[in-house]
Structure formats: structure tokens, C-alpha cells
Write a protein that binds this ligand. Structure first.
Ligand code: 2DT
Ligand code: MG
Length: 216
């Protein structure tokens, strides 16, 4: 439990379609915050550097096959194993800008449409994880993503599947998500993110809000 008036870092998540520019925008936002004197770090999920992350990486690059339910739990475990460090950073005053989180976890597995692996099942293992203070959803159609030079070589990077992922994100979208039009130029999108992130960072610096929990 965070006590009252304990300044802390903000937990900011960027989600959205593949090719929407999440990684670029996250990087630019962290550079901007740092330049403004705000302690900030760029994180991403999956974190492919851990033992669990290496299994996920080998799955995503098709070097291994893993049962769909099992790999879903690995993605979740990859968040749980970073939980303590994540909370420690936030409470030490560092803002975390995170490229994907549990929302991608749910959307990508639920998009497979497998019996038993519906959205409720997909959400269960992430319940209780730290909840972000803000979710920015970078919105881009599959057509626009393809026009950007198409998808990469990894598992899931196919237009037909991406459409299903977008449908899952849409079904899961909450009113607190901030929708960002990812078809605009990089700098315009970044301006919008900076403005909105500044408000969230200031709110967390005031220290009146504890870190919440998924899916409360
Ligand atoms: P990138 O490294 O390009 O972001 O792609 N994914 C991600 C899941 O299936 N479940 C998850 O929990 C997360 C965080 C999305 C990683 C790929 O892994 C998918 C794309
Ligand atoms: Mg990718």
C-alpha cells in the first residue's frame, strides 16, 4: 500500500496495432521525459532477456512450438517476474514507459479463437498485476499498417490475424484508454503523447494515488 503523498513514477503503457509506431513513440517519449528532468525508463513486454522471455522469443521466431495455453501463461509469467522491479522503480520515482502489457496478452491469445481460451480465460492469469496509470492505444488499420511496408517475419505478423487482434482490442477497450490516431505523422503523434503523459506524470508525482491492480 502506498501511503498518501508519496511521489512516485507513472506507469504508462502504449498498446496498439503492429506497425503503429509504438516502439518509436515509446523511445521518443522516454527521451523527452529524461530531457525534462523526469527519471524515465523504456520497458517492453515480452521482456525477451529473462529465461521465460527466451522461451517466448524462440516461440515468436518459430524456433519452437509451444501449446497455446502454455505460451499464454509464459507471457503472463514474464510480467509477474518483473512485477517487483516494476513497483520498486515506480516507488523510487522512476516513470516507466512500457511497450505492450497484459492487453496485448489477452488480445493476441483470444484472437486465436480457440475453444476454452476466451477473453475471460486469457485475462485470469494477469489479475492482480500492477495496473498502468494510463494506457495509450495507437490506433491504425491493417490496411494502413500494410501500406507502411507490411509486417515482419514473426509469428502473428499476418494481416488476417492482425485484424482479429484489433477486434479483440476493440472488445476490451475501456473508457479510460486514450486513443491516439497512429496514421498521423510521427511528430504530431509524439506531441499528443507528451501532452497527455505530462498530466499523468504530474498526477503521480503528487503522490495521492496508489498503483492499482489489474483488472480492478
Ligand atoms: P513485439 O516484441 O514486436 O512487441 O512483439 N504478445 C505480446 C503476446 O502474444 N502476448 C503478450 O502478453 C505480449 C506482451 C504481441 C511481441 C509479440 O508478442 C505478442 C506481438
Ligand atoms: Mg512485432
Amino acid at each position: 500500500m502506498a501511503s498518501q503523498n508519496q511521489p512516485r513514477g507513472a506507469f504508462i503503457v502504449l498498446e496498439g496495432a503492429d506497425r503503429a509506431g509504438k516502439s518509436t513513440q515509446c523511445q521518443m517519449l522516454v527521451e523527452h521525459l529524461t530531457a525534462k528532468g523526469v527519471a524515465a525508463e523504456l520497458w517492453r513486454f515480452p521482456d525477451r532477456t529473462t529465461a521465460v522471455g527466451k522461451m517466448i522469443n524462440s516461440y515468436l521466431t518459430s524456433q519452437s512450438e509451444i501449446d497455446d495455453a502454455a505460451v499464454h501463461l509464459l507471457f503472463s509469467a514474464n510480467r509477474w517476474e518483473k512485477r517487483e522491479e516494476l513497483l520498486r522503480k515506480l516507488h523510487a520515482g522512476t516513470t516507466l514507459v512500457v511497450d505492450r502489457y497484459a492487453y496485448s496478452g489477452v488480445a493476441f491469445t483470444a484472437a486465436k479463437g480457440l475453444p476454452g481460451l476466451d477473453r475471460a480465460w486469457c485475462m485470469a492469469p494477469d489479475a492482480g498485476l500492477p495496473a498502468p496509470d494510463a494506457v495509450f492505444f495507437l490506433s491504425l488499420t491493417v490496411e494502413a499498417a500494410e501500406a507502411r511496408g507490411g509486417y515482419g517475419e514473426e509469428r502473428y505478423e499476418k494481416a488476417e490475424f492482425q485484424r482479429k487482434v484489433l477486434d479483440q482490442f476493440a472488445a476490451m477497450r475501456s473508457s479510460s484508454w486514450r486513443m491516439i490516431d497512429a496514421s498521423q505523422p510521427i511528430d504530431a503523434m509524439q506531441r499528443q503523447l507528451r501532452e497527455q503523459a505530462a498530466v499523468v506524470v504530474a498526477r503521480c508525482q503528487r503522490g495521492t494515488e496508489a498503483v492499482g491492480k489489474l483488472w480492478e
